[in-house]
Structures are given as structure tokens and as C-alpha cells.
Design a protein around this ligand. Sequence first.
Ligand SMILES: Nc1ncnc2c1ncn2[C@@H]1O[C@H](COP(=O)(O)OP(=O)(O)O)[C@@H](O)[C@H]1O
Ligand SMILES: [Mg+2]
Length: 290
Amino acid sequence: MNTLTINNLNLTYKNGFQAIKDFSLNIENGMFGLLGPNGAGKSSLMKTIVGLQKPTSGTIIFKEIDVSENPDHIKQNLGFLPQDFGVYPKVSAYDLLQHIAILKGIANSSERKNQILNLLEKVNLSDFKNKEVHTFSGGMRQRFGVAQALLGNPKIIIVDEPTAGLDPEERNRFNSLLNEISNDVIVILSTHLVEDVRNLCSEVAIINKGNLLTKGNPTELISELENKIWSKPIEKEQLENYQSNYKIISQQLIERELYITAFSEQPLSDFTAVHPSLEHVYFHTLTQKP
Ligand SMILES: Nc1ncnc2c1ncn2[C@@H]1O[C@H](COP(=O)(O)OP(=O)(O)O)[C@@H](O)[C@H]1O
Ligand SMILES: [Mg+2]
């Protein structure tokens, strides 16, 4: 079992902005979702975990070894797909993987070749191995990004908003790939897409404005909201009134009709009970603790 333990982690940038406020998390094998809106601090946290920036205080411990004391230990076991991978030079997919493999210290050339060919197969890019990566579509680039992250058989894989910009089919294919690789390693997936977390992750942390708001198993978090979510179609003009009298967690246009969703421990007359979803957990969490 691989474990990543984060204790009381704080990160303040040079300009004085605090992007991570006292995070403590324990992450084990399987897929862990880091869910939060834009600007929540997801990339800041991921860059800190992989050692690209030092925390202001707190510790990150990977397999019982403190990352700040021994940064090479996590680096040797890490695959990272940053939000802005951005490196698409005019070289073939094969040659770029070759180059990255050497940087990762895979010294034996036949071992390197084996890994590269296997990974290209795994991410469904074998037919394109001699094509230059800058000609790849968004989906192909992300799958290439996974291949480079998997070089060297990492024990912890960190992917930052990997499905942003992918079309629905590419997104499904990419998510199946993540699901496949997450069996006996830690995969940390950051996203603002609730659905991706619901489909893929056995654990989730919801973050906003640098705060860790809630964490747990998605199904359990959802069941805590059973019989507490209520919905109702209203007129646009009534919205403000409802907002001041109820705990409105979201509003949504459905076939041009405005529906509000409210949180309440007690039944609300004139509202319809709704089965809770992870989206309700997300909106409820964000509105409860702004
Ligand atoms: N290098 C930096 N210096 C100062 N502030 C930063 C820096 N990087 C990010 N931030 C700020 O930290 C907050 C969190 O950003 P980020 O971690 O990128 O969020 P997310 O990935 O969840 O969208 C944002 O308000 C952002 O403007
Ligand atoms: Mg980000």
C-alpha cells in the first residue's frame, strides 16, 4: 500500500497571498478527487506535493519519508501531468518519450524501449508513435501526457484538470484510462467537474479559497444529504425572496424554467424532495462555508 500524508500544510506566495490554508489529508491507493472551482488552490496543492514549490509550513510524507527532507524519494516514484503541460515540440511521440525516460533515469535502453512501446499501446497511440506531438489533437495530447507520466512505473500519479478542453468522447476515453491505471497506485485527480469525481473516485476532498471544506467517500457524503434536498420551479422575480428565506444551494434552468434547489433538515411545503447527488454535496459544501 502506498500512502501520502499531508499534515497542516500552508502555502503563502511571495506576494502574500495564502493559497493553501492548513490542509491535512491522508491518501491511499486508488483514485482521489480534488474538487473545487477555479482559483480554489488545486494546482497550488499539486505543485507543492510534487515538489515544484516549497510549503510555507507543514509536512508531506510519502511512504513514511518526508518529502522536504528527501525530495528525490517522491520524484523517483512520481508521475505528473500538469494543468499546462505545454510542451509539444516538433519531435515524434516516440522520441519525446525516449527523452523523458532518460531524464527519469531509465538507463537501460531495451527496458526503455519496452516501456515506451507498452505505454503507447496502453494510451492507444501506437499508430501515431512516429507523428510529431505538436500535430496531436487535445485528447491525444492528454493521453500522451499520461504516457509520459507513467514512464518509470510511478507509485503516485498526479493529474491536474486533465479533461479540461476535451470533447465528451475524448473525456470518456481518458477517464477509462485513468480508471485502468489506478488499481495499485495513488492517483490524485484535480477537477472542477463533479461528474468526473463521481464516476472515478473512491475518495474526494472539496476545496475552495485555499480551505479544505470536506472530505470522504462520495457515496457516504451523498447519503448524509438524504431527505434534505428540495426543489421547486419559481418565477425569476421571486429568486431574491427565496434566497433570503431558504438555504438555496443552486439554481438551474430546465427547459427555460428556473428551478431552485434548497437544503433543509425539515420538509419544505410546496417543494419536491430530490434524491441527493454529489453535485448537491458540492454546492451545499460551497454555500455552507464560503
Ligand atoms: N505564483 C503565484 N503567486 C501568487 N498567487 C498565485 C500564484 N499561483 C496561483 N496563485 C493564486 O492562488 C489561487 C489558487 O490558484 P490555483 O492553485 O491555480 O487554483 P486552481 O488550480 O484551483 O484553479 C488563485 O487565487 C491564484 O490567483
Ligand atoms: Mg488549476
